[in-house]
Design a protein around this ligand. Structure first.
Ligand code: FAD
Length: 565
């Protein structure tokens, strides 16, 4: 058994930031199911927020304004103390990234360029053209490999071991060999990203299955606010590849089938730069009213930006349009539709990234602190991953140094290893039932159909019934693959049970929350209800099934008001 002080699961921005926050004296390892540079963070396009106040018109910005926009954008469900930490730390963090060599785009005076993003009262999104995630990830990886840390690349974590309320370690599979590896650690940080691929239409990478969130939940760590799922307004129609909000930030228009800028009817002040929940709903409503093109999508128009600006600021978007839709946004309209994009909910942690289970921490998209509440503002997620990833590394290091690390009986981890081996053996023996990929596709259809942008009681209940049916099918699911090396079907099989748990948590949270807030829109309860619902949903998996509690939101500073844009 491998013994470590600190185990970080995930090599995306949050995991790498955790490496940089960790005490270099600790024996630390990063486990990631893909090479860190292939983590989903690499796909982030539009930018990262910080109140640097660089703008050509001389207006002043402040981290407090950033915090206010974040809280308002969250429909007042964000914890305000956590949002303040995020926004205050953003400014020095941006200069640190700049000094490490992130090739930020620049204004002519040499300052870091900033573009407008939805829901922000100021152009405060720093960017590297439309490849911000790639630049950040490569820079952080350079910094992380300089530390005394072991990287276990292409190792899939299949089980987290928590016994008697303490985190003991985990069990991974080396995907290249199929070998099962038990890992014991004094502290574990999950930075395992989002669950986008639980949905059919998603901008997320295929690896974003959310198994980390499900694994923590199965091990007894509570989840928070799982009903809040972000749908991005502008994904390429049919393919659902993201067309960054930066395209609207640079001045892009949304047009209906009459060629009209319909956002005037939904957010007259901010138009296309209203927060994502509002724009995504507006697009769906236009289509429902018969104002969509082919009753399916609307247009994103960048033509008036001109060739030079598109080539300089949005070169990746131009490539995506050309490669996946055969069009050039310089002279053609882009067909777009909303798609699942981000998970506001996740593993319940506080602002030190500690979960209620001693020794278990989480950061980045898999976690819920909560800084995004019911709706995340664009540009705040990369920021959260970097700021709170580092905090997680620091907190876990303090936990290890604190002298009360979890003493871990090897037997418990060995038992979990055996359970996983038995499971793999049973799946390999099976040749009947339904193939795992078919069941995966059924799950995605259920979630997009029953827990999408517009929700109501009947559909949510039907979704839960269908999850129960999928569980039965999963118990009998088989795989075609017989290889032990890089067996993708087996990797999906091992993670699918966690996906079912996540799907169920989203549906239950959405069914119980009888109000509309941020991304959670109930057609049968279309109004925000602060009196009864200004609270976080905390869900714990017990022997009796999911148990829900509610926790108050920190609303110390900014009083909830109606959101107008
Ligand atoms: C297309 C797109 C564009 C975006 N653009 C922006 C943007 O411009 N600005 C912004 O703020 N946000 C953006 N976001 C959101 C942002 O990119 C993500 O929220 C953020 O990068 C998540 O970082 P992370 O480190 O938490 O997770 P990830 O980068 O997803 O990393 C997760 C890591 O966990 C590992 N992992 C997962 N499960 C397991 C397992 N079971 N075993 C082992 N390893 C595991 C993976 O290998 C990976 O290394 C965008 C999102 C999408 C989908």
């Amino acid at each position: 058994m491998t013994d470590l002080d600190l185990l970080i699961v995930g090599g995306g921005l949050a995991g790498l930031a955790a490496v940089l926050g960790a005490d270099p004296k600790l024996k630390t390892a990063v486990v990631s199911k893909v090479h860190p540079l292939r983590s989903h963070s690499v796909a982030a396009q539009g930018g990262i927020n910080a109140a640097l106040g660089n703008n050509p018109d001389g207006r002043e910005d402040s981290w407090q304004r950033h915090a206010f926009d974040t809280v308002k954008g969250s429909d007042y469900l964000a914890d305000q103390d956590a949002a303040e930490i995020l926004c205050q730390k953003a400014v020095p963090a941006m200069y640190e990234l700049d000094h490490w060599g992130v090739p930020f785009s620049r204004f002519p005076d040499g300052t870091i360029a900033q573009r407008p993003f939805g829901g922000a009262d100021f152009p405060r999104t720093c960017y590297a053209a439309d490849r911000t995630g790639q630049m950040l990830l490569h820079t952080l990886y350079e910094q992380a490999v300089r530390k005394n840390v072991t990287f276990f690349d292409e190792w899939l974590v299949a089980g987290l071991v928590v016994r008697d309320g303490k985190c003991l370690g985990l069990v991974a599979i080396d995907l290249a060999s199929g070998r099962i590896v038990p890992l014991r650690a004094k502290a574990v940080i999950f930075a395992t990203g989002g669950y986008g691929r639980v949905f059919q239409k998603s901008t997320n990478a295929y690896i974003n299955l959310g198994s980390g969130i499900g694994m923590a939940y199965r091990a007894g760590v509570p989840l928070k606010d799982m009903e809040f799922v972000q749908f991005h307004p502008t994904s390429l129609y049919g393919k659902n590849i993201l067309i960054t909000e930066g395209a609207r930030g640079e001045g892009g228009y949304l047009l209906n089938n009459e060629g009209r800028r319909f956002m005037a009817d939904y957010a007259p002040k901010t138009m296309e730069l209203a927060p994502r929940d509002i724009v995504a709903r507006a697009i769906e409503q236009e289509v429902q009213k018969g104002k969509g093109v082919e009753n399916e999508y609307v247009w994103l128009d960048l033509r008036h930006l001109g060739r030079e600006k598109i080539l300089k600021r949005l070169p990746g978007i131009r490539d995506i349009c050309s490669n996946f839709a055969g069009l050039d946004p310089v002279d053609s309209l882009i067909p777009i539709q909303p798609a699942q994009h981000y998970s506001m909910g996740g593993i319940d942690v506080d602002e030190t990234c500690a979960s209620p289970v001693p020794g278990f921490f989480a950061a980045g998209e898999c976690s819920c602190i909560s800084v995004h509440g019911a709706n995340r503002l664009g540009g705040n997620s990369l920021l959260e991953a970097i700021i709170f990833g580092k905090i997680a590394g620091e907190s876990a290091s303090r936990f290890v140094a604190g002298g009360s690390p979890c003493v871990s009986p090897e037997r418990e981890i060995a038992d979990e290893s055996r359970r996983i081996v038995d499971r793999i053996t049973a799946v390999r023996r099976r040749d009947k039932g339904e193939n795992i990929f078919r069941i995966l596709n059924r799950l995605k259809a259920v979630m997009s159909g029953k827990a999408g942008i517009f929700r109501q009681e009947k559909a949510l209940r039907e979704g839960l019934d269908e999850i129960a049916a999928l569980r039965a099918a999963y118990d009998e699911a088989f795989i075609f693959g017989t290889c032990t090396r890089y067996c993708e079907e087996m990797a999906i099989h091992l993670q699918f049970g966690y996906m079912l748990d996540i799907a169920e948590a989203i549906l239950i949270g959405a069914l119980r929350r009888e109000e509309t807030r941020g991304s959670h829109y109930r057609t049968d309860f279309p109004v925000r209800d602060d009196e009864n619902w200004l609270k976080h949903t905390i869900m714990t998996l017990t022997d009796r099934g999911p148990v829900i509690n509610y926790r108050p939101v920190n609303v110390e500073k900014y009083k909830p008001e109606e959101r107008k844009y």
